[in-house]
Design a protein around this ligand. Structure first.
Ligand SMILES: Nc1nc(=O)c2c([nH]1)NC[C@@H]1CN(c3ccc(C(=O)N[C@@H](CCC(=O)O)C(=O)O)cc3)CN21
Ligand SMILES: CC(C)C(=O)C(=O)O
Ligand SMILES: [Mg+2]
Length: 303
């Protein structure tokens, strides 16, 4: 009997994410920055993986996303791409365009997006900005790369915003964000991230747009949600903004595991017998021994 050929696994496309909005099926997106985590996130059932420029803060240790370079995003995207290739899931892959890779002009933006797709394996790129970026979005989409928008709290504009603060809290600013959302959809975006805006505003934007809205700190009415994986795993005990829910306390459990390991090393109980290798044929000779047979195998002795 021959084994049945396996139906090839089909990865979700950006079009599938749009169909999920129509079907009323919520989209679960999670960030990942390396191959191992990408595989776990994919096998955990995330619909979409984001290689976020938040890696500048959670991976590189900066206090903003501004120092992240296009080369860094390509490096992490390619690692995540390889992780997804080895995993059993079907997540779609979006990669953030970092600060400086698209703001100077549309030609530059198209070149950056093409590198993220060609070298990083991105199936879509995400960029921060509203109506002001309509032309840039149009040009990248025309080049063949789907674009995800991102409005509200846009971390690359931290200095203009005066910190990581909730956006669109008064009627005029909320109106401007709704106009921005409409503008990026009209420019050809396939989806849009809404970050740290009132839930009431996110509900209106979600109802007005035909592309899916993916919220972070934008309430429950969005078509999907995104969280930084380190945050949902509770890896950083000090970082707990209001919108984060921790589904694990891996920061505490990791520090606890290392502490147990260090204690056992110091005490001599690790490695134990079951962690050690042996050889029956090896004849050990101490370096201090005067008479050494010519055929002795010397281990641990200075030459
Ligand atoms: N680990 C991590 N998670 C993120 O979600 C994230 C990053 N890093 N780095 C890039 C940006 C920065 N983000 C942030 C950072 C801090 C707040 C924050 O402290 N927010 C306050 C709200 C302040 C207000 O009331 O306006 C909060 O308490 O949630 C929000 C978003 C979101 N992104
Ligand atoms: C938090 C998400 C939306 C993001 O842009 C990032 O991780 O960089
Ligand atoms: Mg980002």
């Amino acid at each position: 009997m021959s084994t049945q050929p396996q139906a090839p696994r089909r990865r979700l496309t950006i079009t599938d994410l749009r169909k999920m909005k129509v079907a009323g099926e919520k989209i679960a997106m999670v960030t990942a920055y390396d191959a191992a985590m990408a595989r776990l996130v994919d096998e955990g059932g995330a619909d979409a993986v984001l290689v976020g420029d938040s890696l500048g803060m959670v991976f590189q240790g900066h206090d903003s996303t501004l120092p992240v370079a296009l080369e860094h995003m390509i490096y992490h995207a390619a690692a995540v791409r390889r992780g997804l290739a080895r995993s059993a899931g079907r997540a779609h892959l979006t990669v953030d365009m970092p600060f400086g890779s698209y703001q100077a002009g549309a030609d530059d933006a198209v070149r950056s997006a093409m590198r993220l797709a060609a070298e990083g394996g991105a199936e879509a790129v995400k960029l921060e900005g509203g109506a002001d970026y309509a032309d840039v979005i149009r040009r990248i989409v025309r080049a063949g790369v789907p674009v995800m928008g991102h409005i509200g709290l846009t971390p690359q504009s931290v200095h203009r915003m005066g910190g990581y603060v909730v956006q669109g809290k008064d009627s005029e600013k909320a109106r401007r964000l709704l106009d921005d959302a409409r503008a990026v959809e009209a420019a050809g975006c396939s989806a849009i991230v809404l970050e740290c805006i009132p839930a009431e505003l996110a509900r209106v934007i979600t109802g007005e747009l035909s592309i899916p809205t993916i919220g972070i700190g934008a309430g429950p009415h969005c078509d999907g949600q995104v969280l930084v994986v380190n945050d949902l795993l509770g890896l950083d005990g000090a970082f707990k903004p209001k919108f984060v829910k921790r589904y694990a306390e891996q920061g505490a459990s990791t520090a606890g595991a290392v502490s147990a390991y260090a204690a056992e090393v110091k005490q001599g109980s690790f490695p134990a017998e079951e962690h050690s290798f042996h050889s029956k044929t090896l004849r050990l000779v101490h370096a201090s021994e005067e008479e050494r047979p010519d055929d002795a195998q010397v281990v641990g002795a200075p030459v």
